[in-house]
Design a protein around this ligand. Structure first.
Ligand code: DON
Length: 310
């Protein structure tokens, strides 16, 4: 039972204050140098509800690099485009490995464990690059239409930084190609993947864009069907089991919501039939998840009594 909080706005502001003394913990991602330039002390949170309310506190209107949160949107686009054929090429199991690990991919003959580790997201990038005449533009248009904001942009500085430090992602893509599981040319796959990771959005825009996952696939703002109820269930299931990488078990244990993180410091969590939480703070823990972002989602979930396991 979700608690009805009349002063959610004030609650969000209180929650941010509880995190002030943790600002020095963790490390901003620096394996993509452009991400290391972001101030580690920024933090924001937003909650968007399926009945049209948006709450926010702190730096919730400052855009940040969405990074792996983009994997959710890519997955939805690929499911819509090629249907169940997708599941011949990527699995739906937790990996138990870091998000950019390469070891398991060889054992498992180029079939990624799930669509939200890097190998899986590169596979999805291949599907999009192979099936759309202009996949990067199609992705950006999808984000703009879901958020209702045409100002959403690709941060070219982050893109260039990823491109020039993308050897591990290139290795994952070439390994999958060697097993015949990548169709397009690798530079096109990488270019699509780095582009979607380099999109900048703020907490409010991300929370709003994901409302369809809390509403059986229907965007509550426009009433458009974004994906089928069955695929909504599947995406939420993958986010519940793998969205926080090697910390997904602990996150399910303590929070209990389908969620996804990105190395830009964003964390999104879906509350079916209620709404979406998006929290942001750049410093990351050893799993690549935002320390304060994860705490903020936990805090609001506890406050409102949100969990899919109740
Ligand atoms: O490929 C990468 O390493 C980044 N562009 C995205 C990784 C990411 O966000 C993982 N999330 N925690």
């Amino acid at each position: 039972m979700i608690k009805d909080i009349s002063n959610l706005q004030a609650k969000l502001e209180e929650l941010l204050i509880t995190q002030q003394n943790l600002k020095t913990q963790g490390h901003v991602a620096d394996y993509i140098p452009a991400l290391a330039e972001v101030s580690p002390t920024l933090m924001g949170i937003s909650v968007a509800t399926v009945d049209g309310k948006v709450f926010g506190a702190g730096d919730d209107k400052i855009p940040f690099s969405i990074q792996s949160i983009s994997k959710i949107f890519g997955l939805v686009m690929a499911m819509n485009r090629i249907g169940d054929d997708l599941w011949q090429r990527v699995n739906m199991e937790p990996s138990g490995q870091p998000f950019n690990s390469i070891i398991q991919l060889e054992w498992e003959k180029g079939i990624p464990r799930n669509p939200v580790i890097n190998a899986g997201a590169l596979l999805i990038a291949d599907v999009l690059a192979s099936h759309f005449s202009a996949s990067k533009l199609a992705f950006l248009s999808f984000m703009r239409s879901l958020s209702g904001d045409n100002n959403i942009y690709i941060d070219n500085h982050v893109y260039q930084s990823e491109l020039s430090h993308g050897s591990r992602n290139a290795a994952l893509a070439y390994l999958m190609k060697s097993f015949g599981n990548i169709e397009a040319e690798i530079p096109d796959v990488l270019s699509h993947y780095f582009t979607q990771c380099s999109i900048s959005m703020n907490c409010q825009q991300l929370a709003t864009s994901l409302l369809f996952l809390a509403n059986k696939g229907i965007d509550p703002r426009t009433k458009n069907s974004i994906c089928t109820p069955r695929d909504t269930h599947r995406v939420n299931a993958i986010l519940s089991t793998s969205g926080m990488y090697d910390q997904s078990g602990e996150f399910a244990f303590s929070v209990g919501l389908p969620a996804k993180s990105g190395v830009g410091g964003g964390v999104v969590a879906v509350v079916p039939n209620y709404g979406v939480i998006c929290a942001w703070s750049p410093p990351l823990n050893k799993y690549g998840n935002s320390i304060i972002g994860t705490n903020l989602v936990l805090g609001i979930a506890e406050e409102l009594g949100l969990s899919i396991y109740h």
